[in-house]
Design a protein around this ligand. Structure first.
Ligand SMILES: [Zn+2]
Ligand SMILES: [Zn+2]
Length: 246
């Protein structure tokens, strides 16, 4: 009885004296559970749904036309790519924390937002995750895209087949390569472990960031060769195309 009372008092005191609502990014107190971010962190978050975006990759576009500069120049192997945010400010910091600082709780958090985005997308039969490069995975404690896809599957009900997409060769970091060099470099980097699981399916490919689409294209090409009907891409964030100013 006494123990129960002590616990009740502790609970009441904790409600009064501590604010349990914290900013997801920096941990600063926020005023209610409906606010995920503090004012400072929320100022540098851009959601793709608030922008005019490319009809193929959903990258924000600022000029005329329906396509971004990359989709104007390249024919993609995937059908359509979707992202929740642009890769900048608070979101880029959180993605780096998830990948390199072992903040695993961010994977189910982001998966919740991927599920919200999926509501606007064509229905898919299975979820596949893009395996991170072997070199990087060695320095990490976990495969964050696997955690993302697993949490996405649990919340959305779309079946996730772990290990279906395999990485056959290690790849160098793509950051400094041009879109064309990225495509060349990724050729033959991926394979499917079970053709029967893919044939005749609409596949949803989950990754963290969409940059030029070279990785998504190489994976989609392998998946389609195995008989998939369509391949859609879903990532947390898409990079903005930097237009050089004079
Ligand atoms: Zn914050
Ligand atoms: Zn595009």
């Amino acid at each position: 009885m006494f123990e129960k009372l002590t616990r009740a008092v502790d609970w009441v005191l904790s409600r009064i004296f501590s604010n349990k609502f914290k900013c997801v990014c920096c941990g600063k107190d926020v005023f209610s559970d409906s606010e995920e971010y503090c004012t400072k962190c929320s100022m540098s978050i851009t959601r793709t749904k608030d922008k005019r975006t490319c009809i193929k990759c959903h990258r924000p576009i600022y000029g005329e036309g329906d396509y971004c500069m990359i989709c104007t120049d390249y024919t993609h192997e995937f059908d359509v790519a979707y992202s929740v945010y642009t890769y900048s400010g608070t979101i880029s910091k959180m993605i780096r924390n998830m990948k390199y600082s072992n903040k695993m709780y961010l994977a189910p958090y982001f998966a919740k937002h991927l599920i919200d985005k999926y509501a606007d997308m064509p229905t898919c039969d299975i979820v596949v995750s893009v395996p991170p490069s072997m070199d990087r995975a060695r320095y990490r404690y976990h495969d964050h895209t696997k955690l993302l896809a697993r949490a996405f599957s649990e919340g959305s009900g779309v079946e996730y087949i772990e290990g279906l997409l395999k990485r056959l060769k290690d790849t160098e970091p793509l950051e400094k390569k041009s879109p064309k060099q990225r495509r060349e470099h990724l050729k033959g980097a991926f394979a499917i472990s079970d053709r029967r699981a893919i044939k005749g399916k609409r596949v949803l490919l989950i990754d963290d960031v969409f940059t030029t689409g070279a990785t998504a294209d190489e994976c989609a090409s392998v998946i389609k060769k195995m008989g998939a009907l369509e391949v859609y891409i879903l990532t947390i964030a898409v990079t903005e195309y930097k237009v050089k100013t004079i």
